[in-house]
Design a protein around this ligand. Structure first.
Ligand code: SF4
Ligand code: SF4
Length: 356
């Protein structure tokens, strides 16, 4: 049960009547959409960055595939962000030995940036930066146009499904947990790890019928259930969800001014009962600000830091982008961004990719 005043009265009319007349009491209309517009701009920027990395990777592979006849394009470090398992192994090696692996160093620092975001700003990476999250949102919008709505399985199915991503994460942590320093260093320097991003690229370029079927099935499911991949299967999301319990910022509802309209809950893509919460603790909260934008009462639903200080969407956007740029920028400035794998080694490995 909500503990705010149930449909209080405003000058002799009920709250729903009041809201029909004054949909956003106390808020300038322009402000209402600001977090969403900002978030979409950040998402679009990051998607463009990923697209650019994709083009650079294509040029790099074209050079290797042409036996060096096409113009040389260097290996783009940003592509290593798509190797989270390799980055986790590098992180463990760093923690155990103090050595930063120079095979996919950018992947390690991208992982550190993402983990830092999870620790400080909840699962902001998922709803502000991750291209898969952005794609999931676009598919959900398509689903609303196709089917008129999206669906949420009942708790009896939703909870077991949500635990799947934690099981996948536990499996990876278990597999990595048994490796000591020499085993980690050996794997990270192995040809298999050196060409991991090249193999991933080829997996999608020459995708098998089975894999394509799985990708299409996930896409269709994402039009039916918002964030299907993120909510049920993504181990990265599971890791961030666990870290987000430590995050100092949290969506917070002021019970005294809440009119129990339920718009926040309706807007929440994660299905969180925001209108019943004092502070949102859920591991599914991605700090997307959709509930904040939907709340019609000024200063009632906000992202708040310790001490009750509100964090407006524009400040949050600067923090998300700033933290990501700061960590990856530190890697560039300290010489931990570009791989040590030489052009000659890449050329040789590209000719024998089938072996790994
Ligand atoms: S609680 Fe608010 S910020 Fe968190 S996922 Fe739901 S709508 Fe987004
Ligand atoms: S949208 Fe705002 S006023 Fe409505 S229930 Fe949520 S917190 Fe309360």
């Amino acid at each position: 049960m909500a503990d705010g005043p149930p449909f209080g009265r405003f000058g002799g009319i009920t709250a729903p009547q009041f809201l029909r007349q004054f949909p956003h009491p106390g808020r300038a209309p322009g402000l209402v959409r600001q977090p969403r517009t900002l978030r979409r701009a950040v998402q679009a920027g990051f998607l463009l960055l990923c697209g650019w990395i994709g083009v650079e990777f294509w040029l790099f592979m074209r050079w290797g595939g042409s036996l060096g006849r096409a113009a040389y394009a260097p290996h783009p470090p940003g592509a290593e962000g798509f190797l989270p398992i390799s980055a986790l192994l590098s992180l463990k090696l760093w923690a155990l030995t103090g050595v930063i692996s120079d095979i996919h160093p950018a992947g390690l620092f991208i992982l550190l940036a993402v983990l830092g975001l999870g620790l400080l700003l909840k699962k902001a990476f998922c709803s502000w930066l991750c291209p898969i999250g952005t794609l999931g949102e676009a598919l959900a919008r398509l689903g609303r146009q196709l089917w008129g709505r999206t669906f949420r399985p009942g708790p009896w199915l939703d909870y077991p499904f949500r635990s799947l991503k934690y099981l996948i994460l536990l499996f990876f942590l278990w597999a990595i947990g048994g490796m000591d320093g020499p085993a980690l260093a050996g794997f990270l320097r192995s040809p298999y790890n050196v060409v991991a991003d090249l193999k991933l690229y080829l997996f999608f370029v020459h995708i098998s019928a089975l894999a394509l079927g799985v990708v299409l099935a996930l896409a269709v499911l994402s039009t039916l259930v918002e964030g299907f991949w993120c909510r049920y299967l993504c181990p990265y999301g599971a890791l961030l969800g666990a870290l987000s319990f430590l995050s100092p910022v949290r969506i917070t509802r002021t019970r005294a001014s809440c009119i129990d309209c339920g718009k926040c809950t309706k807007a929440c893509p994660a299905g969180i009962q925001v209108h019943q919460a004092g502070r949102v603790w859920s591991d599914e909260c991605t700090a997307c600000y959709r509930c904040v934008a939907a709340c019609p009462v000024k200063a009632t639903l906000e992202m708040r830091a310790p001490g009750g200080r509100a964090v407006p969407g524009r400040v949050f956007a600067v923090l998300v982008v700033g933290l990501f740029v700061a960590v990856t920028g530190a890697a560039m400035l300290t010489g931990h961004w570009r791989t040590s794998v030489s052009r000659e080694e890449y050329f040789q490995r590209m000719q024998e990719l089938d072996r790994w």
